[in-house]
Write a protein that binds this ligand. Structure first.
Ligand SMILES: [Zn+2]
Ligand SMILES: [Zn+2]
Length: 174
Protein backbone atom coordinates (compact mmCIF):
# COMPACT_ATOMS: atom_id res chain seq x y z
CA UNK A 1 0.00 0.00 0.00
CA UNK A 2 1.20 3.46 -0.84
CA UNK A 3 2.35 5.64 2.01
CA UNK A 4 0.42 8.80 2.48
CA UNK A 5 3.05 11.08 0.99
CA UNK A 6 3.18 8.95 -2.17
CA UNK A 7 -0.59 8.71 -2.44
CA UNK A 8 -0.92 12.45 -2.19
CA UNK A 9 0.81 13.28 -5.44
CA UNK A 10 -2.10 11.89 -7.51
CA UNK A 11 -5.84 12.40 -7.59
CA UNK A 12 -7.22 11.40 -4.23
CA UNK A 13 -10.30 11.64 -2.08
CA UNK A 14 -10.20 12.72 1.52
CA UNK A 15 -12.60 13.29 4.33
CA UNK A 16 -12.24 16.26 6.63
CA UNK A 17 -12.18 14.81 10.13
CA UNK A 18 -13.83 17.85 11.72
CA UNK A 19 -16.75 18.57 9.39
CA UNK A 20 -16.88 15.25 7.45
CA UNK A 21 -16.75 17.07 4.12
CA UNK A 22 -15.69 14.86 1.20
CA UNK A 23 -12.83 16.54 -0.60
CA UNK A 24 -11.08 15.75 -3.86
CA UNK A 25 -7.51 16.73 -4.46
CA UNK A 26 -6.92 17.06 -8.19
CA UNK A 27 -3.25 17.59 -9.13
CA UNK A 28 -4.29 18.80 -12.59
CA UNK A 29 -5.99 21.77 -10.94
CA UNK A 30 -4.02 22.27 -7.73
CA UNK A 31 -0.33 22.17 -6.97
CA UNK A 32 0.44 19.30 -4.56
CA UNK A 33 3.56 21.07 -3.32
CA UNK A 34 1.91 24.42 -2.52
CA UNK A 35 1.76 25.82 1.02
CA UNK A 36 -1.99 26.03 0.70
CA UNK A 37 -3.78 23.05 -0.77
CA UNK A 38 -6.95 23.44 -2.82
CA UNK A 39 -9.59 20.73 -2.65
CA UNK A 40 -12.93 20.44 -4.36
CA UNK A 41 -15.69 19.98 -1.80
CA UNK A 42 -18.27 17.42 -2.94
CA UNK A 43 -20.82 18.58 -0.38
CA UNK A 44 -20.42 22.35 -0.78
CA UNK A 45 -19.56 22.28 -4.50
CA UNK A 46 -16.83 24.83 -4.22
CA UNK A 47 -13.08 24.92 -3.81
CA UNK A 48 -11.85 24.87 -0.23
CA UNK A 49 -8.30 25.88 0.54
CA UNK A 50 -6.40 24.62 3.57
CA UNK A 51 -2.91 25.40 4.81
CA UNK A 52 -0.79 22.32 4.17
CA UNK A 53 -0.37 21.60 7.90
CA UNK A 54 -4.13 21.70 8.45
CA UNK A 55 -4.77 19.48 5.41
CA UNK A 56 -2.25 16.94 6.64
CA UNK A 57 -3.69 17.01 10.12
CA UNK A 58 -7.39 17.09 9.27
CA UNK A 59 -7.95 15.47 5.90
CA UNK A 60 -7.75 11.70 5.93
CA UNK A 61 -7.58 9.84 2.67
CA UNK A 62 -10.64 7.73 1.97
CA UNK A 63 -9.08 4.28 1.66
CA UNK A 64 -12.35 2.40 1.13
CA UNK A 65 -12.11 1.75 -2.64
CA UNK A 66 -15.85 1.77 -3.21
CA UNK A 67 -16.33 5.01 -1.32
CA UNK A 68 -13.44 6.66 -3.13
CA UNK A 69 -14.68 5.49 -6.56
CA UNK A 70 -18.15 6.84 -5.83
CA UNK A 71 -16.68 10.16 -4.72
CA UNK A 72 -14.67 10.38 -7.94
CA UNK A 73 -17.81 9.72 -10.00
CA UNK A 74 -19.45 12.58 -8.16
CA UNK A 75 -16.37 14.67 -8.86
CA UNK A 76 -16.59 13.85 -12.59
CA UNK A 77 -20.19 15.08 -12.62
CA UNK A 78 -19.37 18.18 -10.59
CA UNK A 79 -20.37 20.78 -13.19
CA UNK A 80 -23.96 19.56 -13.41
CA UNK A 81 -24.16 18.87 -9.67
CA UNK A 82 -22.82 22.32 -8.87
CA UNK A 83 -25.54 23.91 -11.02
CA UNK A 84 -28.17 21.84 -9.19
CA UNK A 85 -26.68 22.80 -5.85
CA UNK A 86 -26.82 26.51 -6.77
CA UNK A 87 -30.44 26.14 -7.92
CA UNK A 88 -31.35 24.57 -4.59
CA UNK A 89 -29.61 27.36 -2.73
CA UNK A 90 -31.49 29.94 -4.80
CA UNK A 91 -34.80 28.23 -4.10
CA UNK A 92 -33.99 28.22 -0.39
CA UNK A 93 -32.98 31.86 -0.50
CA UNK A 94 -36.19 32.82 -2.32
CA UNK A 95 -38.27 30.92 0.25
CA UNK A 96 -36.43 32.67 3.07
CA UNK A 97 -36.96 36.08 1.42
CA UNK A 98 -40.67 35.29 1.09
CA UNK A 99 -40.93 34.37 4.77
CA UNK A 100 -39.10 37.54 5.79
CA UNK A 101 -41.32 39.64 3.55
CA UNK A 102 -44.46 38.09 5.03
CA UNK A 103 -43.17 38.89 8.50
CA UNK A 104 -42.53 42.52 7.48
CA UNK A 105 -46.03 42.80 6.03
CA UNK A 106 -47.51 41.44 9.28
CA UNK A 107 -45.50 43.96 11.27
CA UNK A 108 -46.60 46.69 8.86
CA UNK A 109 -50.31 46.06 9.45
CA UNK A 110 -49.62 45.93 13.20
CA UNK A 111 -47.70 49.21 12.93
CA UNK A 112 -50.57 50.97 11.12
CA UNK A 113 -53.06 49.61 13.65
CA UNK A 114 -50.86 50.85 16.49
CA UNK A 115 -50.83 54.42 15.13
CA UNK A 116 -54.50 54.36 14.20
CA UNK A 117 -54.01 54.48 10.44
CA UNK A 118 -55.98 52.39 7.99
CA UNK A 119 -54.17 49.79 5.95
CA UNK A 120 -54.37 50.85 2.31
CA UNK A 121 -52.30 48.09 0.87
CA UNK A 122 -48.73 47.93 -0.32
CA UNK A 123 -47.00 47.79 -3.64
CA UNK A 124 -43.85 46.15 -4.82
CA UNK A 125 -40.90 48.42 -5.46
CA UNK A 126 -39.08 45.70 -7.41
CA UNK A 127 -40.04 47.32 -10.72
CA UNK A 128 -38.88 50.80 -9.70
CA UNK A 129 -35.49 49.93 -11.09
CA UNK A 130 -33.57 51.65 -8.33
CA UNK A 131 -32.76 50.98 -4.74
CA UNK A 132 -34.91 53.22 -2.59
CA UNK A 133 -33.29 54.34 0.59
CA UNK A 134 -34.15 56.42 3.59
CA UNK A 135 -31.42 57.36 6.00
CA UNK A 136 -32.91 55.57 8.96
CA UNK A 137 -36.23 54.33 10.27
CA UNK A 138 -37.99 56.97 12.38
CA UNK A 139 -39.53 54.26 14.52
CA UNK A 140 -36.80 51.74 15.27
CA UNK A 141 -33.79 53.82 14.22
CA UNK A 142 -32.03 51.23 12.09
CA UNK A 143 -30.37 52.27 8.86
CA UNK A 144 -32.91 51.47 6.24
CA UNK A 145 -32.92 50.13 2.78
CA UNK A 146 -35.77 48.69 0.80
CA UNK A 147 -35.39 45.37 2.51
CA UNK A 148 -38.79 43.89 1.62
CA UNK A 149 -39.03 45.65 -1.78
CA UNK A 150 -42.37 46.96 -0.64
CA UNK A 151 -43.86 50.43 -0.20
CA UNK A 152 -46.95 51.54 1.69
CA UNK A 153 -49.76 52.71 -0.61
CA UNK A 154 -50.80 55.44 1.81
CA UNK A 155 -47.47 57.26 2.15
CA UNK A 156 -45.37 55.55 -0.55
CA UNK A 157 -42.65 55.05 2.07
CA UNK A 158 -40.66 51.84 1.89
CA UNK A 159 -41.25 49.39 4.69
CA UNK A 160 -38.63 49.00 7.37
CA UNK A 161 -38.00 45.45 8.56
CA UNK A 162 -39.78 46.57 11.77
CA UNK A 163 -42.90 47.18 9.69
CA UNK A 164 -42.94 50.98 9.91
CA UNK A 165 -43.49 53.14 6.84
CA UNK A 166 -43.62 56.93 6.67
CA UNK A 167 -47.20 57.07 7.97
CA UNK A 168 -47.40 58.79 11.33
CA UNK A 169 -50.08 58.83 13.96
CA UNK A 170 -52.69 61.50 13.18
CA UNK A 171 -52.28 64.66 15.20
CA UNK A 172 -54.46 64.73 18.30
CA UNK A 173 -57.98 65.71 17.32
CA UNK A 174 -59.24 69.12 18.34
ZN1 LIG B 1 -37.93 50.37 11.61
ZN1 LIG C 1 -47.43 54.42 5.11
Amino acid sequence: MATRSEARTGLWVGRHTADSDLLVFDPSLADPSADRLSFYSLTQHRVRVFPRAVAEERIREVTDAKGAAQALRTYEAREALRAEHLDEMNVERAARDDRQKEAVLRRHTNYLASIGRPYEGVRSTAEDGKVRRRSSCKVCGIALDDFAHTACNACDGVLCSCGACSCRAPAARA
